[in-house]
Write a protein that binds this ligand. Sequence first.
Ligand SMILES: [Zn+2]
Ligand SMILES: [Zn+2]
Length: 326
Amino acid sequence: MPELLTADRIDEIGALGLKSPDPAAFVAELVGAVDEGRVADPDDTGYALLVAADILEQAGDLADALALATRAIAEQPDDNAYARAVRGGLLLRLGRSDEGLTELTALRPLLETDPEATYVVDELAESGHAETAVEWLTGALDVLLDRSRDQQHASEDAQDEAAAMIYGLARQRHDLREELGLPHDEHDNLADRLRDAASHALDALDDGPATLLFWPKPEFDALLVRWPALTESYPSTWDEHRAQTERALVDASGIGGGVGLGIVTGSVKGLSALVGADPIDEDTLDEYADSLDGAGVTAWPPGRNDTCWCGSGAKYKKCCLPRSRS
Ligand SMILES: [Zn+2]
Ligand SMILES: [Zn+2]
């Protein structure tokens, strides 16, 4: 029976492929599985092609990367904004500026509605169009700030979501302008104030939903073996565990409550020391998470280009950030 390409394997290649001495073998594995209809979940077809495109791009083969990104768009006609952004970025890097800007400009309105759409701006910034990236962020930020002024009567959830988007855009804009050597303007001061508010809230915190207990892969596997009853509280795979953690943080990231967010990292040894032979339930997990607060909270979110909080070694923007979208 032919071997199926699972989402876990695509993730694994995504994390390893860029460092591999033989990236072509990974590209062949991904594209081969797509060609032969061996992608375990057909919805992952576009994802497999984009990971292959990314490996080719890093290896300097932009033309073949572009062909795969174009194919990824065709494979998922209903949900291809990210693939189109990747294609736009590749066109810009290939010097086909008009086509690249056309592709990305079509996605620009997403900046005002989709909290994850900042990848559109990443593609601009990483292909020598940082000024345009700043301009688009400024435009979206102005729209969202205006909208939030008119939205005093909106539901708390809607206000939190708007606040989280404003924070995300202002922060990305702040960092890009800093790289361009531009002085702080009003929006940059806003980004700094929001960041300070978030970190103060984190300092002041001793429990509540703001720190999440996260288990690195080997610990997660050992945890469910040692306490099988925890399969009630956790998903069956580590991959789903980190995706859930990222999603929970995204959901909680409305700054309406002034909450700073972070992750504490669990270990089977540490949990054993706390509970001894007692059985474990969700309260025990909360108590354990609280006991870890002093040991160090990893602030969330990391920078888009920083190493991901989950420990995969990949950049956040290529790892758990996109994972929260699925
Ligand atoms: Zn600043
Ligand atoms: Zn990650």
